[in-house]
Design a protein around this ligand. Sequence first.
Ligand SMILES: [Mg+2]
Ligand SMILES: [Zn+2]
Length: 173
Amino acid sequence: MSRFFLLDRDGILNQDIGFIYEPHRIIIPEGVTEALLHLTQIGFRFVVITNQSGIARGLFNSNQLEEFNTYLQSLYVQKGIWIEDFFYCPHLPQITGECLCRKPKSLLVEKAIAKYQVDVKNSYMIGDNPRDVIAGKNVGLKTILIHNEPHSHADYHFETLVDWYKNMKNWNM
Ligand SMILES: [Mg+2]
Ligand SMILES: [Zn+2]
């Protein structure tokens, strides 16, 4: 089993500017690079769990999404960080009907856990929306919410990624 950080994408790995799909618009948020390098050094691995309803809405297609993800992955590789996989939900209930994969539902989290034999008790889900931490908490992951307000499903809450990194450096993980 391996310890993982399951990462939300928009708002964590790239700034959330709303239905982003153009690689040239990627801005890496402050603090996340330092945090993921630290986690890499202490043995954590990374996958992404992301809601991408822009596909259901017709704003971009799955090829564009996957090109974006590959480019984002390459930006982090240049920094020494390896994001192993991207799991995404392309749905929106109002358009495509209910699905099992859109966070706060946990199907994608469960798939990642099964595929990579994630050590759930010692792994984390981090996101900037309460639905991210709900999806993680429901399967037993520890959860970190980067948001201006706390949430009952978040074990840890920080207002910014920089605050998270500064605090997390001292965690005994
Ligand atoms: Mg997000
Ligand atoms: Zn879905």
